[in-house]
Design a protein around this ligand. Structure first.
Ligand code: FAD
Length: 487
């Protein structure tokens, strides 16, 4: 057997292990933490369970594909349901909206509540589908770093559609043209945050994202998001992948321009192929520090980060569902704080993810598990303790105003995740959720390739390399990478 070593058991590392095992490699994964999944893990507080990081599941086909590749029936390992309501939206003035997955139902809701013509919604989602159909084959499913990607006929067709693909305007500009009601502009601008970007800067091309949620659908794994990790982890073990937990890799061993293995705690492990799933900025600072540094790629601005309060709440709220958004009254100012000032706006948009609405054993009877998140700047050495205390007060006041409650008295247990702990737990540079931000039109070209151009037999997968962050793209990075490898 040829030997492959993988550094990191994030979701891309696990997917890579499956693909390499299926190619006939003998695979060992080294993971610094004592558990698999990286950002896609879970925490328990008393009788409450929380998905620790990702909460929105799109493109489930990317997960199913791995089971099918292994000749298994996906449903025997991993079950999920399509959500009827993708998200519940709340504003300070009492307006509420439900994003029904049935498009006609959503368009009707928007027309009744905001007076926005239903046709504007339909048109926006057609445009979103058009961007997806034009760009997915080019940007998501292939390496950007091979000449064939740029010369195939699909690419040629895309060049002719540049303007329609929204490369020349910002997401906010495009949405202001598309919708008449400012609340709808805000709702569609929020999709920029799905990869940690700023709707007032990111190209309108990112209007590709609503297509995933509305046209393809938002899903919920029946055992919670963490089951994406656990079911794929199980499959990989069945395929013979070997995991070494609590083992932090210190160095990639390179000899004569070739990766020949790794070093952990002064012990060397040799291999024919090394795949790194660790964040690239930190990888070049540690395990690759003696190698040539791709400075331009590493210096790209990082995506936003998050501040999360995991709260056990000893009451149920009928108006809340799995995904809930309570919008800021001043979206441009909120993003100015996140991306320009490096601070947290006093009226932040709050995201509440409550899995106990769909998985009742995640909270005791009559209670709810609130994953309460706001988008915050990535870590630049700010005074986080002070910022977190202020943000907590502002978040509780806002929730009290909109939900007409006294939240402080209802919080039974609490744990906090912030940019510092995101970095220390997963080694993500500056605690960014999605690697580089996509705030400029060249971002797609400034992510690290899925292979090393200077070191043979060294490959990369995960949220900080092509095609980018978020579960579906991380899974695709493992696919693109493994397709480059013969075997
Ligand atoms: P990571 O999860 O970053 O894991 C990398 C692993 O490598 C870690 O386990 C780490 O311990 C290990 N490692 C690092 N260095 C070493 C070393 N030297 N030796 C050994 N092991 C090492 N995505 C979505 O699709 N939907 C969402 O709703 C969503 N929301 C999010 C919310 C939050 C709060 C966060 C943090 C992220 C969210 N994301 C979401 C993004 C998503 O979680 C990530 O893009 C994805 O999980 C990253 O996977 P990865 O494979 O790059 O590895």
């Amino acid at each position: 057997h040829t030997q492959a070593l993988i550094i990191g058991a994030g979701i891309a590392g696990i997917a890579a292990s499956i693909r390499l095992a299926l190619k006939g490699y003998s695979v060992i994964v080294f993971e610094a933490n004592t558990y698999p999944g990286g950002k896609l893990s879970e925490i328990h507080l008393g009788e409450y369970r929380f998905d620790a990081g990702p909460s929105l599941f799109t493109l489930p086909e990317q997960v199913d594909e791995l089971f099918r590749l292994a000749g298994k029936n996906p449903e025997d390992y991993f079950e999920y349901e399509k959500l009827e309501v993708a998200c519940n939206y709340f504003w300070e003035d009492g307006t509420t909206l439900k994003a029904y997955s049935d498009l006609n139902h959503f368009a009707e809701e928007v027309q009744t509540k905001l007076g926005e013509p239903a046709s504007n919604i339909r048109e926006a989602l057609l445009k979103s589908a058009f961007i997806y159909d034009s760009l997915a084959p080019l940007f998501m499913n292939r390496s950007l770093h091979k000449i064939s990607t740029w010369t195939n006929s699909q690419a040629m067709k895309s060049y002719l559609k540049m303007r329609k693909l929204g490369i020349f305007s910002t997401m906010n500009e495009a949405n202001r043209k598309q919708f008449s009601h400012p609340k709808l502009v805000q709702l569609f601008n929020r999709y920029a945050t799905y990869n940690g970007s700023n709707p007032f800067e990111t190209p309108a091309t990112l209007n590709i994202i609503p297509h995933l949620e509305f046209n393809i659908g938002a899903f919920f794994p029946k055992k919670g998001m963490h089951d994406i990790t656990m079911s794929l982890f199980k499959l990989s073990e069945e395929l013979g992948v070997n995991y070494h937990f609590g083992q932090k890799v210190e160095k990639v061993l390179v000899e004569g321009g070739k990766a020949i293995g790794i070093r952990v705690k002064d012990k060397d492990f040799h291999a024919d192929l090394v795949t790194n799933n660790m964040d690239m900025v930190n990888a070049y600072k540690t395990i690759l520090k003696e190698e040539k540094q791709p400075k331009l790629l590493l210096s790209q601005p990082k995506s936003s980060s998050a501040l999360i309060f995991y709260w056990g709440i000893k009451r149920e709220f009928q108006e809340l569902d799995l995904h809930n958004i309570l919008f800021s009254d001043n979206y441009p100012l909120e993003f100015e704080h996140i991306f320009k000032r490096g601070t947290i706006y006093e009226d932040p948009t709050i995201y509440l993810n409550i899995t106990s609405t769909h998985k009742s054993d995640d909270a005791p009877g009559g209670c709810m598990n609130w994953f309460t998140m706001i988008n915050v700047p990535n870590n630049q050495g700010q005074d986080w303790d002070k910022m977190i205390a202020e943000a907590k007060r502002n978040i509780i006041h806002k929730l009290n105003r909109i939900l007409k409650t006294d939240l402080e008295a209802l919080i039974e247990v609490e744990e906090i995740l912030d940019p510092r702990s995101i970095e220390s737990k997963t080694s993500s540079a500056q605690g960014a959720l999605y690697g580089n931000s996509s705030n400029n039109k060249f971002a797609a070209f400034l992510r690290h390739a899925n292979y090393s151009s200077s070191i043979k037999n060294l490959y990369f997968c995960g949220g900080s390399v092509h095609p980018g962050g978020g579960i579906p793209l991380c899974l695709l990075s493992a696919k693109i990478m493994s397709e480059m490898i013969d075997g």
